[in-house]
Design a protein around this ligand. Structure first.
Ligand code: FE2
Length: 198
């Protein structure tokens, strides 16, 4: 029997089907009102609506999108058993402290990165091309990649999203986006969630 310690919990689910048109509609408006640029110093990777990662595309007129993030966040906290810890309480506050569009034209990609000191990060898929542009997560046990015996277990894991897919993951988990080989634009919405400390 193998005791497979230290798994990393990544949430993958879909927006509620009946809410999907409403969420997409809210994001249509935000997308049209956004301006895009590449992050200075990154090279020609992809276009970002909030290149300093401090702002948010979520405004007070948006209801369905932030609510759906919160609904999935609640299920994720349940799944990782955070609610059973002493840190959890019903009035524990959290904030989506930054939220931005990432736009990938043909040939664009995202290098391996993490989301720093946030608690939980996530991504919602707004437009998904037919081919390529998968998200991949790096195995955080970096020692495996330099091990003769365990190297084959250190590979990255790909996630192929569809429109409406929602992922939640630890902000420290490194990830990237494969090159968009399609003529279609890929657009995702990334966000960072921070919980209050009492
Ligand atoms: Fe990211």
């Amino acid at each position: 029997m193998i005791l497979d310690f230290y798994n990393v919990p990544v949430w993958k689910s879909d927006a509620e089907q009946i809410l999907l048109p409403k969420i997409q509609e809210e994001l249509d408006t935000a997308y049209l009102n956004s301006t895009f640029s590449m992050k200075s110093g990154w090279g020609p990777t992809h276009y970002i609506s909030e290149p300093d990662f401090c702002g948010s595309i979520i405004d007070p007129t948006m209801k369905f999108f932030p609510r759906e993030i919160d609904r999935h966040l609640d299920m994720y906290l349940e799944a990782i058993q955070f609610k059973e810890t002493n840190f959890y309480s019903l009035d524990l506050e959290h904030t989506i402290k930054s939220c931005w569009f990432s736009k990938f034209e043909k040939g664009n990609y995202a290098h391996v990165h993490d989301h720093g000191s946030s608690d939980i990060s996530g991504v919602y898929y707004y437009k998904v091309p037919g081919k390529g542009s998968e998200l991949f997560f790096r195995n955080p046990i970096t020692q495996m990649s330099s091990s003769f015996i365990y190297e084959h277990l250190s590979t990255s894991v790909d996630v192929t999203p569809e429109v409406g897919t929602i992922l939640l993951f630890p902000s420290w988990l490194q990830h990237g986006v494969k090159t968009n080989e399609s003529d279609d634009t890929r657009v995702s919405v990334s966000f960072n969630i921070q919980f209050e400390r009492t």
